[in-house]
Design a binder for this molecule. Structure first.
Ligand SMILES: Nc1ncnc2c1ncn2[C@@H]1O[C@H](COP(=O)(O)OP(=O)(O)OP(=O)(O)O)[C@@H](O)[C@H]1O
Ligand SMILES: [Mg+2]
Length: 276
């Protein structure tokens, strides 16, 4: 069992392209700017979106000689064509790393791949808080629930919701506190559409059935992607920042969206509880 100082946030969904790495980057930068000691782990080392973002950020700092906070970052590369033995070694290395980081940091943010593998599962098992971004589409909802096409009623939880359920049971048998599960709608259209209304209703019904809570989502905004190559986020653009990029209304709204996520996770309370 871990010394468990850090609060571990896993950003996961068994579905590609839902915004896991984008949300991870923004969470990390926001938490660092709030003064938390943050470590990050990229369990999708083969694609490495989060790791490249952090490398880009380090490069930007050096090139422009500015101060920007950086997390301690680990990139985990799952063994190729894995044997059971190789999987076991990968998992042991990950556990040792989490244990070490957990003693030193307030928060560990873990970005996961969009499909199941041994590291995906092992990472999820450490989640004190699981944040699941989903796009506003019935295709994305499919990993959470089987939905009746005629009535749009939830018939049963799907594979990812079942995986989370199994992990929760496992944590309970180990005496660990219950994992909190937050579902976050991402890339929301700015106009009200029929699809948006449908997904909202389905998620509302599902949240009660499988035990997650919803936070107000994140809109579709260019600012969430256009600073990637510089390793920057909209959170780096305050008036007193050394990064000089003018803020627009959309930037202000984007910052509010990320801050709402951080305050919804409630880290201030969680980290203080742990320290006491
Ligand atoms: N809120 C948003 N507004 C605009 N673009 C976004 C938003 N969120 C994510 N994107 C874009 O959507 C694409 C997928 O996002 P991202 O790579 O974060 O997803 P992912 O879930 O990590 O994908 P994968 O499963 O492949 O790791 C990227 O091009 C990203 O820039
Ligand atoms: Mg990703």
């Amino acid at each position: 069992m871990l010394a468990n100082k850090a609060h571990i946030i896993v950003v996961g969904n068994e579905k590609g392209g839902t915004g896991k790495s984008t949300i991870s980057m923004h969470l990390i930068v926001n938490l660092l700017k709030d003064g938390f000691k943050v470590a990050s782990i990229d369990l999708d080392g083969r694609q490495g979106s989060l790791s490249k973002f952090i490398q880009n950020r380090a490069r930007y700092i050096e090139k422009h000689d500015v101060f920007l906070p950086l997390p301690e970052h680990i990139c985990a590369m799952p063994a190729n064509l894995t044997s059971a033995e190789e999987c076991r070694q990968d998992i042991e290395q990950l556990e040792a790393k989490i244990e070490e980081l957990s003693r030193e940091y307030d928060v560990i943010v873990i970005d996961t791949p969009g499909s199941y593998n041994h590291l995906f599962l092992a990472g999820h098992e450490y989640a004190d808080t699981l944040v699941t971004p989903i796009n506003d589409s019935l295709v994305d909802l499919d990993v959470l629930a089987q939905i009746n096409p005629d009535t749009l009623k939830v018939e049963a939880p799907s594979h990812y919701a079942e995986l989370v359920w199994d992990i929760r049971k496992k944590r309970a048998t180990k005496g660990k506190p219950q994992m909190r599960w937050i579902v976050l709608r991402n890339r929301l259209a700015h106009l009200k559409t029929r699809n948006k209304g449908n997904t909202e209703k389905i998620l509302d019904e599902l949240s009660k059935k499988v035990g997650f809570f919803m936070l107000k989502g994140v809109g579709e905004r260019v600012i969430y992607k256009e600073l990637y190559l510089q390793g920057l986020t909209v959170l780096d653009l305050d008036e007193d920042s050394e990064v000089k990029i003018p803020m627009s209304m959309s930037h202000v709204s984007a910052r509010q969206e990320i801050r709402r996520l951080v305050s919804g996770i409630g880290l201030d309370k969680l980290v203080l509880n742990r320290a006491s």
